[in-house]
Design a protein around this ligand. Sequence first.
Ligand SMILES: [Zn+2]
Ligand SMILES: [Zn+2]
Length: 386
Amino acid sequence: MTQTRTQRAAVLVKSGENPTFELRNVAVPAYGPNDVLIRLSVTSVCGTDYGMALGRMGPTREILGHEGVGRVIELGSNVPSLDTELKVGQRVGLAWNRDVCGQCTYCMDPNHADQGEGRCGAQLFSGTSADGTFAEYAVAPLRYLIRLPSELDSVSDEDVVPIMCGGVTGYKAVKSCGLVPGQIIAVVGTGGVGLLALQFAKAMGYRTIGIDVNAEKGRLAQEIAHVDHYVDISQLPKPAEGQPGDTPFSSPVGDAVKKLTPGGLGAAAVVIASGAAAAYQSAFGMLAPFGIYMAVGLIPLDKTVPFHPTALVANGWQLKGSAVGSRGDILEALDFVRRGLVKPLTQLAKFEDIDQLVADVGKARVEGKYVIRLDGPESSDGGVKA
Ligand SMILES: [Zn+2]
Ligand SMILES: [Zn+2]
């Protein structure tokens, strides 16, 4: 009889509207000679998991999830000779990128070396080319292992795991705006990514403005991210009949943001961490002269955002986009957590509730990040079962 090792995993059994997962016992993944096997201790849930489960991002694997922390438990046959330092027990992270091809333009462009990993043309991503982190075990190639150095031992798994995607995405977006400390950065959408972006922005010495649609989000932005200001869109007066709403040049929420800035000039950068096209539209109106418009949140592919090129010509604005972050960015971001400058807001959640958790995150109905422990008493022991 062949012996199969089994693990608990959340298997996507129905994608599209109201996606459904089922906790199943499935085989522990096989790994190649240049790979390692990882026992995950935690995963968290990212908004992109919902978009993937809806089918908005093309075909996926059955196991989604791209924020994980665990330890290496087995080494592929070539690994000891390729890397004499790596030992069983090494603490590692798993993120959106699971490997890079090292050959495409994104990987090779010497002028954008710090931005290529998140955009590798071979699309070697969690949940598409590799099974994700909604499982007790995962495989990673040695060449793209995200090692968590012992200096980070003081940071709990629960605090590390949100940084693997949401945190590093917020950190990299803020960093890539290239501002000088003291300048004003506005973040539209203060959910999983946005709240962390605001925390990093504050820790990096910027003045911060959070923008979202209700008072509860404002309370979190103030208590967790210590924003200088919060703008609650739901409290703004609606444009009067005949008055322009959001345009590529101005918006009512933009006017509200500008009032909070010296001289009413606007924010030096606006990071859009929302999945709503309307958020992208209104963000133009917040920008100061020479402002950076930083796209981060993913909106449905059938939605577009009109802009007028004259706005760029006249104001010197720059339109940019940021995609997750490199392994180096992850370690930089984690050092903010280690130093106590950023503390992710997390809620422990049950693996059994994965349907609800993914839907909550996708619909922005969660405070901070859901973290699921994968090594609880009900977990499989990874032992060999007949
Ligand atoms: Zn993500
Ligand atoms: Zn590549």
